[in-house]
Design a protein around this ligand. Structure first.
Ligand code: GDP
Ligand code: IMO
Ligand code: MG
Length: 425
């Protein structure tokens, strides 16, 4: 039995939702452990497309139980709306969804503060957040003033929300933003709290029991290692530990219970929001990848910036993430590209760099050093095994493996479940 952590290894949107869904065919549990509804994980099942923001992607498999772990910041109204929508679409959630009483709450004032803070930053300093209140909610957590899901179960919950809202209103006004109207805000919070109450519990013993019973657990990372608050391109990051290290602290499962880490990477790179991106393409090739890959944010709809595969980033993610194997995604998007480039190192201030520097200024000065590959010019979406792949595609995959020191065990050549190759070479 395995406890597997699945993490994004670039700047998010690698295709985590799809692979979680593929792997959950055999899983007993799927656990989200960090982030909030800044995430947008797409799963295509038959002709149905789901975009999950807070609900673990395992919810789409009847036999799978799902946990929203303590490491998340949960938008109460956002989660209620998401669940109502899933139920409307025929997904059962009763006795299958468990929300940690230790997870933190995101309310409207966090979102207003997120927007006001972004608005107050100079153009060059903007992070390009999703405006989902993620940063302000994690600020409250670290400040020890945050409200948690378990607080909903106490009689004074709405009084505490009202007190917080008044304090946040003062901050909003001082920033030149509109204050919240307290009464309608409280009514909305009450409705969401009432809806979510039956799902709230202590998820720690639940997961420990699952480990004791030797059940299969999949940890669903959100965002990607380059957006990690410690290891990412700080300050252009999100506010949580997106790597495998976040799984124990965000779920209560100890590190020694985890035995496999799968890193999700695209066959190229994308980024949404601001911040350095050494292999970014500003030309027709970037536009081609964006068009063929439908690279628009699943949460905000913003166009994603596109560029070549960055081997420095992938190697670094593999190192800090302890990645055992890759799920290589969206290979099909490169099907019609004549010449494919891969960044093997950076050149910075006359020096060759093999890893991602901590200094954002230095990273901004990094120029990618590329190797070039002849493309395969053949559709790959119908391929079902390694032997089906064009020789040039095989060579590209083998090159990425050599460059990063990590084998590709899963290959994705289309958004559907069926366009997935489990490579056993
Ligand atoms: P996540 O946040 O990591 O779950 O990724 P997103 O759902 O935000 O973005 C990935 C997008 O790529 C989604 O629209 C998926 O349906 C799509 N997708 C996933 N795998 C593949 C693939 O192998 N090929 C193509 N063409 N699309 C894919
Ligand atoms: P999934 O799980 C891509 C980015 C935002 C912004 C930065 C900080 O779908 O891969 P935040 O709202 O978290 O304070 O924004 O992080 N970002 C993502 N980019 N995919 C995501 O999630 C993201 N979640 C946050 O665009 O640059
Ligand atoms: Mg996404």
């Amino acid at each position: 039995m395995s406890r597997t952590v699945l993490i994004g290894s670039q700047w998010g949107d690698e295709g985590k939702g799809k692979i979680i869904d593929v792997l959950t065919a055999k899983m007993d549990w799927v656990v989200r452990y960090q982030g909030g509804n800044n995430a947008g994980h797409t799963v295509e099942v038959g002709d149905q497309k789901y975009v999950l923001h807070l609900t673990p992607s395992g919810i789409l498999r009847e036999g799978c139980k799902c946990v929203i772990g303590n490491g998340l910041v949960v938008d109460l109204v956002g989660l209620m709306d998401e669940l109502v929508d899933l139920v409307k679409r025929g997904v059962s959630i009763g006795n299958r969804l468990f929300i940690s009483d230790r997870a933190h709450i995101v309310l409207q004032y966090h979102k207003e503060l997120d927007g006001a803070k972004e608005g107050s930053r100079d153009e060059a300093e903007k992070i390009g957040t999703t405006k989902r209140g993620i940063g302000p909610a994690y600020c409250d957590k670290a400040d020890r003033s945050g409200l948690r899901l378990g607080d909903i179960l106490e009689d004074d919950f709405l009084d505490r929300v009202a007190a917080q809202a008044k304090a946040k209103n003062e901050i909003l006004v001082s920033m030149g933003a509109e204050p919240l109207e307290i009464e309608p805000f409280l009514a909305e919070v009450k409705e969401a709290a009432d809806y979510l109450r039956p799902f709230i519990c202590d998820t720690v013993p639940l997961l420990h029991q699952a480990v004791q019973n030797d059940e299969e657990i999949l940890f669903e990372g959100a965002q990607g290692v380059m957006l990690d608050i410690d290891f990412g391109t700080y300050p252009y990051v999100t506010s949580s530990n997106t790597g495998a290290g976040g799984a124990p602290s965000g779920s209560g499962i100890p590190p020694n219970a985890i035995d496999r880490v799968v890193g999700i990477v695209k066959a190229y790179t994308t980024r949404v929001g601001e911040g350095p991106f050494p292999t970014e393409l500003h030309d027709e090739m970037g536009a081609h990848i964006a068009k063929v890959g439908h690279e628009f944010g699943a949460t905000t709809g913003r166009p994603r910036r596109c560029g070549w595969f960055d081997g420095v980033v992938a190697r670094y993610s593999a190192m800090v993430g302890g990645i055992d194997e890759w799920a290589l995604m969206k290979l099909d998007v490169l099907d019609a590209v004549e010449t494919i480039k891969v960044c093997v190192a950076y050149e910075c201030d006359g020096e060759r760099l093999e890893t991602v520097p901590a200094s954002i200024r230095k990273l901004e000065r990094c120029k990618p050093i590329y190797e070039e590959f002849k493309g395969w010019n053949t559709p790959t979406t119908e391929c079902t095994c390694w032997e089906d792949l064009p020789e040039q595609a095989q060579k590209y995959i083998q090159y990425l493996e050599k460059l990063t020191g990590v084998k590709v065990s899963i290959l994705s050549v289309g958004p559907k479940r069926s366009s997935t190759l489990l490579l056993d070479r």
